[in-house]
Design a protein around this ligand. Structure first.
Ligand SMILES: *Cc1c(COP(=O)(O)O)cnc(C)c1O
Length: 240
């Protein structure tokens, strides 16, 4: 069995077990395979093992992989990285989902640039639940107004909310941060928005996210292995 098939089964088992532990329905949380920095051959192998949804967080890399997997007609591409306004067009013209909408200007451009012949682009509003200045995402206090505005744009279909909490460490309350997203999601549904997606949880914390209500976990390392570090300024950093 190819390695990726094993790692994928292991991740699916972690999700199943977390759902069970949380008393949630089996199948209540999907897997987004985050293939950033890994070659298209790995995407193909993962697809061959049954995976359909893939996530990238660099526009150029998304476009390249999308182009090189055109023959896989059922593959679904999710853009999950920070999006600058001058890069919205190719994403609007090719992606199935964008998880990282954090301001109205980006949403308006994606909506206007979505080709009329394509179904509306599925989007999530990204919320900065940790309050770290370095993180993208709108402030929790702004999230509801942004979500209502995004929901009115004709080229988009607002599916839910997304967050990237602080890395797990002593004193970090991950469940509390995921809980902020869950509470916003629930209250937007009460206000009438038909949301069905809570995009939260990664390799290290997916169990905590599933317990908090995640419907889509975004997993890279646990599927594909460790990413090569890159130099950012004077620091070696993981490419998040
Ligand atoms: C890289 C990345 C992930 C996956 O992280 P892992 O820890 O490798 O599972 C999830 N979400 C976003 C937004 C990412 O950039």
């Amino acid at each position: 069995m190819p390695e990726i098939e094993n790692t994928r089964l292991a991740v699916l088992q972690r999700i199943d077990e977390a759902l069970r532990q949380a008393g949630r329905e089996p199948g209540g949380c999907g897997l987004l395979a985050v293939s950033k920095t890994f070659p298209v051959e790995d995407v193909r192998a993962c697809h061959a093992s049954g995976q359909r949804a893939f996530g990238e967080n660099y526009v150029q890399e998304l476009l390249e992989k999308l182009e090189r997997t055109r023959d896989l007609t059922d593959i679904e591409w999710h853009f999950i990285g920070p999006l600058q306004s001058n890069k919205t067009r190719p994403v609007a013209e090719s992606a199935h989902w964008v998880h990282s909408v954090d301001r109205l200007k980006i949403a308006e451009r994606l909506s206007a640039q979505r080709p009329a012949a394509m179904p509306p682009l599925n989007v999530c509003v990204q919320v900065n639940v940790s309050g770290e200045a370095s993180k993208s995402g709108c402030a929790p206090a702004e999230a509801k107004a942004l979500a209502h505005a995004v929901a009115r744009l004709p080229g988009l279909r607002l599916r839910g909310l997304m967050c990237i909490p602080e890395p797990d460490a002593a004193g970090v309350d991950l469940a509390g941060q995921f809980g902020i997203l869950r509470a916003l999601h629930d209250s937007l549904r009460v206000e009438g928005l038909p949301l069905d997606t809570l995009s939260m949880g990664m390799s290290a914390d997916l169990e905590i996210a599933v317990a908090a209500g995640a419907t889509m976990v975004r997993v890279g390392t646990a599927l594909f292995g460790r990413r090569p570090p890159v130099l950012v300024g004077d620091d070696i950093k993981d490419r998040i």
